[in-house]
Design a protein around this ligand. Sequence first.
Ligand code: 8NA
Ligand code: MG
Ligand code: MG
Ligand code: MG
Length: 335
Amino acid sequence: ASNRLRNKFHGCLVGAVLGDCLGAIFENDTFQSIPIEKVQKFTREGYKKQQELFYTDDTAMARSIADSLLSKNGFHGSDMAKRFTEEYFHNPYRGYGGNVPTVFSKLRDSNYADPEGPASQQFDGSGSYGNGSAMRVAPVALFAYHDPVEEAQTIAAKTSRITHTHPDGVNGAIMQMLAVRESVILNVSQGLDVFAFLDKMLSQLKNSDTSMENRCSSYVESLVRMCRLFQESKSINSEVVYRTFGNGIAAIEAVPAALMAFLCIACEPKSSFMDVIEYAISLGGDTDTIATMAGAIAGGYYGCDSIPNGWIEKCEGTAYALQRADNLFGYAVQR
Ligand code: 8NA
Ligand code: MG
Ligand code: MG
Ligand code: MG
C-alpha cells in the first residue's frame, strides 16, 4: 500500500511537469485548430524526433511551493514569496502571466515584509483572477495529504494570496488542490465514480472556511454543471467542455476545464494518463496550464508507472519532480 501511494505522489508531480511541457507546445492554439488527432500525432510519435521540452512558469512556481513547504515544515509566506520572486528574476522567460511580475517587483522592493500586500493591490485592488495560483498548487495536496482537508484548503488559499487574492483565484487553487487530493486517495482498480467524486468536491468546497472564503459559488456552479452533463451522457465530447467552461487564463475557466479532461477520460473503462493529457491539450487556449492541472490529477490517480518513460526523459524538470515527490512522501508518512 505504501509503494502504491509513493507511486501516486511521483505521478502527481511528474504528471504536472509533463502536462506543462507538452501543453506549452500548443499554447494559445484555438480549440478549432487542434483536433485531438493533431495532438496525438505529436504525443504518440513526436517524442522520437523531439529534443528536450522545457517547462514554463507553472512548473517553476510549483517547485518553489514544494521547496518552501519542505524547508519550513509548513507554510511560511515571506519564504514562499521570496522563492517565487527570486526564481522569476533568475529566469523571467518562462511565460509568466502579463501582470504578475509587478507583484514580484513589489515583493522584492519591500523585502517580503507583507507577502499578500502587493497581490492585493493588483487590478485596482480586486486581485488577480488568473489561473496562476491554481496551476502550481499540486504540492500542497501532497504536503498536507495526511492533514484534515480544512488544513489543506487553508494552505492552498495562503499560497494563492501571494500572487492571486481575487476570490476566483483563491477558490480556483482550493478546487484544484481538492481534485488532486481526491485523485491520490482513490484506487484506480475500483474504477472512477464521477458522481461520488463531484459530490465530495462539492461538499468540501461548500465547507471551506467561510469566514475567509465565502465566495466559492462560481466553482460550486461549475461542479453542478458537470454533474448535469454527466447525467445526460457518460461520454462528453471536448467541444461541449470547451463551450461550457472555456479554455482561458481565468481560473474559473481553466480549473473546471482541467478537471473535466480528467473526469471525461478516467470514467471510461480503458483509459490512461496520456489520454487525459491529450484531451486537456485538445481544449486549446491556455494548454500548458490546463494540461499541467489535468496532469497532476491524472498522475495522482493512475500513478507514475502509467506515464510513458519516453516523455519523462524528454521533459525538463521531471527528475527534480521525482525527488520532491519523494521528499513530500517522506514528510507525509513520517507524521
Ligand atoms: P496574472 O495575474 O497576470 O493574470 C493573467 C491575466 O489575467 C492578466 O494579465 C489579466 O489580463 C487577466 N486578469 C487577471 N485578473 C484580472 C482582474 N481582476 N481584472 C482584469 N483582468 C485580470 O498572471 P497569472 O499568473 O494568473 O497567469 C497565469 C497564466 O499566464 C498561465 O497560463 C501561464 O502559463 C501564463 N501564460 C503565459 C502566456 C505567455 O505567452 N507567456 C500566455 C498565457 C498564459
Ligand atoms: Mg505556463
Ligand atoms: Mg498559456
Ligand atoms: Mg499557461
